[in-house]
Write a protein that binds this ligand. Structure first.
Ligand SMILES: [Zn+2]
Length: 201
């Protein structure tokens, strides 16, 4: 007869850790054990950091970014170029572009891509907000920085159709983004080159 080697609190910790990206059951057990062994210096500080983040997280009503303030720190930053709105799929892409540090404009986070197969339509994304933002007089350019995947490009074309006729320049990332590539995995230099060499859509 097999039994759980650890109590239910520890099993629960392992189960939750195993749901994190990049961690399977085996690495979740290792992570849990590390946390338990470093109770004072890692486990308890992590627990309070998780609780604090859980209580403080806000979604920016303007751009969809995740921060602890609304408007987010990007939207609230007066040094940002408000003529440029860069459209990304996810917050991870926003973070990647910020790491590259070449944009200086504002963002719009869609929260995913159109995917008829998975039943994700325009209403499931932060899209209507974008159409509204693109009509603001200060916005001169919408940069579609979507992943070079089928879904990303389908979404880019949909947005282009929706923005058609508006007095706004639509651009996309240039070379440097490999086909099938996800922005979050690119190095900063590649991202920076793709932004500088962006082209009209
Ligand atoms: Zn924002």
């Amino acid at each position: 007869m097999s039994s759980q080697p650890a109590g239910p609190e520890i099993e629960r910790l392992i189960q939750l850790l195993a749901r994190l990206p990049g961690l399977g059951p085996r690495s979740a057990r290792r992570a849990a054990l590390r946390l338990i062994k470093k109770r004072e210096t890692l486990l308890l500080p992590l627990a309070s950091a998780l609780a604090a983040a859980g209580a403080a997280i806000k979604v920016c009503a303007q751009c969809g970014n995740i921060d602890t303030r609304d408007p987010c720190s990007v939207c609230a930053d007066p040094r940002r170029d408000r003529t440029l709105v860069c459209v990304v799929e996810d917050v991870s892409d926003l973070w990647a572009l910020e790491r590259a540090g070449v944009l200086g404009g504002l963002y719009h986070v869609l929260g995913g891509t159109l995917s008829p197969l998975e039943g994700i339509g325009p209403k499931d994304l932060n899209l209507e907000n974008l159409i509204g933002r693109a009509q603001a007089p200060e916005v001169k350019e919408v940069l579609l920085a979507l992943n070079a995947t089928v879904e990303g490009q389908t979404t880019a074309h949909y947005i282009m159709d929706r923005l058609h006729g508006l007095d706004v320049k639509i651009s996309k990332l240039a070379h440097g983004v490999p086909v099938g590539g996800e922005l979050d995995y690119l190095d900063e230099g590649t991202l920076a080159a793709a932004i500088r060499a962006r082209q009209p859509f």
